[in-house]
Design a protein around this ligand. Structure first.
Ligand SMILES: C[S@@+](CC[C@H](N)C(=O)[O-])C[C@H]1O[C@@H](n2cnc3c(N)ncnc32)[C@H](O)[C@@H]1O
Length: 240
């Protein structure tokens, strides 16, 4: 008897890049035609972060943050550059060049670039990116590493290895956030449209455990249209 290969075995990163290269570099493109969901998503993320109480007596004066799989920087603009009363520098990591080009020279992030709230813009997939190296170059770790609607492009093995690198690049008291679609089917689902997987809640929790991370808070995004996947946020810190 032969067993079927796991869903993530079908991920082909070249196909994903080809798919995203054909998507318009706009907020609507980032959200698969559901631009109106952005406001609900961002408000939910603000509430989620508020409950984590990241602003403390020992938190850094200027927060270094990473927006991973950032697209054109929708989350950078609407969420991350507004944190800590704007005393924040957000690095953008994104493999599709036309999206990073928009982040570097387009109108979407013009104000944020001009007042120094956008830091490095790295044109790379998360399976290759080493946050430890980026933070070593700057001499300071991240306070928040935000990953949203992108880790389905990494295989399970790649995701665990990536999260381990993130764990070593986050300040004590800081947090890694993963906010992703969740399937309520028994197993993960492969989507050939963009060559990605949608994972189950249980699979995510297993992978976080394998990466040596614990879930300090998790929440389902409320208010999304019922035809969409459930979306869940996880706040993660080192297990020990
Ligand atoms: C649904 S969009 C989300 C963009 C952004 N996170 C947001 O919520 O607005 C998915 C993004 O994942 C990016 N992506 C594709 N393959 C990736 C990879 N291997 N590593 C990181 N990001 C990837 C795409 O280029 C695209 O920008």
């Amino acid at each position: 008897m032969t067993t079927a290969p796991p869903p993530d075995a079908s991920i082909d990163q070249a196909k994903s890049i080809e798919y995203w290269n054909n998507v318009e570099a706009t907020p609507n493109g980032m959200l698969g035609g559901y631009e109106y969901v952005s406001r609900i998503d961002i408000q939910g993320s603000k509430n989620f972060l508020a409950k984590l109480r990241l602003k403390t007596a020992s938190s850094p004066e200027i927060w270094k943050v990473a927006d991973c799989g950032a697209g054109i920087g929708r989350i950078t603009k609407l969420l991350l550059t507004t944190l800590n009363k704007g005393k924040v520098i957000v690095d953008i990591i994104e493999p599709v060049e036309k999206f990073t080009k928009e982040a570097i020279e387009g109108n979407n992030l013009k104000d944020e670039r001009e007042d120094g709230r956008v830091g490095k813009i790295v044109n790379m997939g998360l399976e290759q990116w080493d946050p430890v190296k980026t933070t070593e170059e700057r001499g300071e770790k991240y306070y928040i590493i935000w990953n949203q609607w992108c880790v389905g492009h990494l295989s399970d093995v790649q995701l665990v290895a990536y999260l381990m690198r993130c764990k070593n690049a986050v300040l004590e008291g800081g947090v890694i956030v993963v906010k992703e679609n969740i399937t309520e089917t028994k197993d993960d689902m492969y989507d050939e449209t963009d060559s990605s997987v949608t994972r189950t809640d249980q699979k995510f929790k297993n992978l976080f455990r394998q990466a040596g991370l614990r879930v300090v808070r998790t929440e389902v995004q409320k208010g999304l249209p019922t035809q969409l996947y459930q979306v869940r946020s996880y706040a993660l810190r080192a297990a020990v």
